[in-house]
Design a protein around this ligand. Structure first.
Ligand SMILES: Cc1cc2nc3c(=O)[nH]c(=O)nc-3n(C[C@H](O)[C@H](O)[C@H](O)COP(=O)(O)OP(=O)(O)OC[C@H]3O[C@@H](n4cnc5c(N)ncnc54)[C@H](O)[C@@H]3O)c2cc1C
Length: 399
């Protein structure tokens, strides 16, 4: 990749990972982000074994393992019956196939930014990207960047460079906040736990470890909320909301006691959408700008990391950019189609007003998930391994 100039629009997970990998391979990379200074956004997330493999390749896997929380199980009960309707264990994969790692977004961001800087990447902040043409980024306000050999769109779900029309948000989003892990708590420190009332209500606790060495260990706490109910939540009393949460899962009291201001929780909305091809008008898309989904399957960041690795690998193995772009798209297409479809199918079972979807989850999916070979298939699905994405990336440039 020696000397190639790469403009990356967006310094989130996909953009920084791609920058670190390409910079290390000898490209001249400039990341453009609208943030005033590089900063993490959001709560916590689960890195799956496939995503961790990319972070190991970047050289930040162990740093994150030291900060994050290993996740061995995804577990959920429907209330008021208390029946277990979700129980996926990574160990069903067998052969030491790994586990998840939940991390603070800030920890992931710092690790990737550090790796990108070590690789000689330049970070241009306060650049609001509005378009791209002829190898240049067009910035809001009228300025234009220098010409680059390749423009990479890593602007995320609302990218100004991907979908022609903005994607409509799904009816349900969620309130998210990072709260301290209560001392002596009865929560499983190695599990994502959720409680549901049909599919209309959901509360979840995900241990995410510390944002930096020595900082308190935390959990990402989330509460499913319809877009249409956000204004009422913002205007209503916090105590009434806490009573609703307590009704669904009384053991969350030590978390709720920490919420004293509404601003501690941020509403995240989700969209489903996939571009048919990651190549459009001289721009290559990675991460959510190519494919976005609700976080029900916990794959978005992992897919963004896989895209970054595939694109960097394709650029290393093919001198011709057009050939490299085709190899990149080919390596990622199957995995992305499988996971976008699975996320689309699973989301209504956890976040919707549909009684039928909740019934299917409780009376079909839950019992079937216990029968061989479903535990292994579900563990592979959660681990991001269906479609063998790493093997597809390794094969780039073969033959
Ligand atoms: C609440 C929530 C929970 C999630 N949980 C998980 C999980 O457990 N596991 C998982 O794998 N995934 C999870 N995801 C999905 C994951 O966060 C995304 O898939 C991932 O962040 C996508 O990375 P990205 O780099 O494509 O986009 P982003 O991380 O969104 O980065 C986009 C970057 O572009 C910048 N930007 C945007 N527009 C402009 C502009 N016009 N000009 C300049 N800069 C711009 C932004 O500032 C940002 O830095 C979750 C998502 C949400 C919302």
């Amino acid at each position: 990749m020696n000397g190639r100039s790469i403009a990356i629009a967006g310094g989130g997970i996909a953009g920084l990972a791609c920058a670190a990998l390409m910079g290390r391979a000898g490209a001249r990379v400039v990341v453009h982000d609208r943030m005033d200074a590089p900063a993490p956004v959001g709560s916590g997330l689960i890195l799956q074994p496939v995503g961790l493999a990319v972070l190991d390749e970047i050289g930040v896997g162990d740093r994150l393992r030291a900060l994050g929380a290993p996740i061995r199980r995804l577990f959920g009960r429907v209330q008021p019956s208390g029946r277990v309707v979700l129980d996926v264990r990574y160990r069903a994969l067998g052969g030491g196939a790994g586990e998840g790692l939940a991390v603070h977004r800030g920890a992931l961001f710092e690790a990737l930014l550090h790796a990108a800087r070590q690789a000689g990447v330049t970070f241009e902040s306060a650049c609001d990207v509005a378009g791209a043409a002829d190898g240049r980024l067009l910035l809001r306000g009228g300025a234009t960047t220098a010409k680059f050999d390749l423009v990479v769109d890593a602007l995320g779900v609302r990218s100004a460079l991907s979908h022609t029309l903005p994607l409509p948000p799904l009816p349900f989003g969620a309130l998210w906040g990072n709260l301290d892990w209560p001392a002596g708590s009865a929560f499983d420190a190695m599990a994502l736990e959720q409680r549901y009332e049909a599919a209309r209500r959901m509360v979840g606790v995900l241990p995410i470890g510390s944002v930096r060495p020595g900082a308190p260990r935390q959990a990402a706490f989330f509460w499913s909320l319809r877009h249409a109910d956000l204004a009422a939540w913002q205007e209503g009393g916090l105590e009434a909301w806490k009573a609703d949460v307590m009704h669904l899962w009384p053991q969350t009291a030590p978390f709720l006691a920490q919420v004293t201001r509404r601003e501690q929780l941020i509403f995240a909305s989700y969209c489903h959408g996939t571009l048919r091809s990651p190549l459009k008008d001289g721009v290559v898309h990675i991460g959510d700008s190519w494919h976005s989904a609700s976080p029900q399957l916990g794959q978005g960041a992992n897919m963004a990391l896989l895209d970054a690795l595939a694109l960097a690998r394709a650029m290393e193995r093919h001198a011709d950019i057009a050939t490299a772009m085709e190899a990149y798209a080919r390596a990622r297409l199957v995995h992305i189609r499988i996971y976008q479809l699975a996320s689309w199918m699973f989301t209504p079972a956890y976040q919707s007003d549909s009684d039928a979807a909740a019934w299917l989850r409780d009376w079909v999916l839950a019992p079937v998930s216990k029968l061989w070979p479903a535990p292994k298939i579900l563990a592979a699905l959660v681990a991001g391994a269906i479609g063998s994405p790493l093997a597809a990336i390794d094969a780039i440039g073969d033959g």
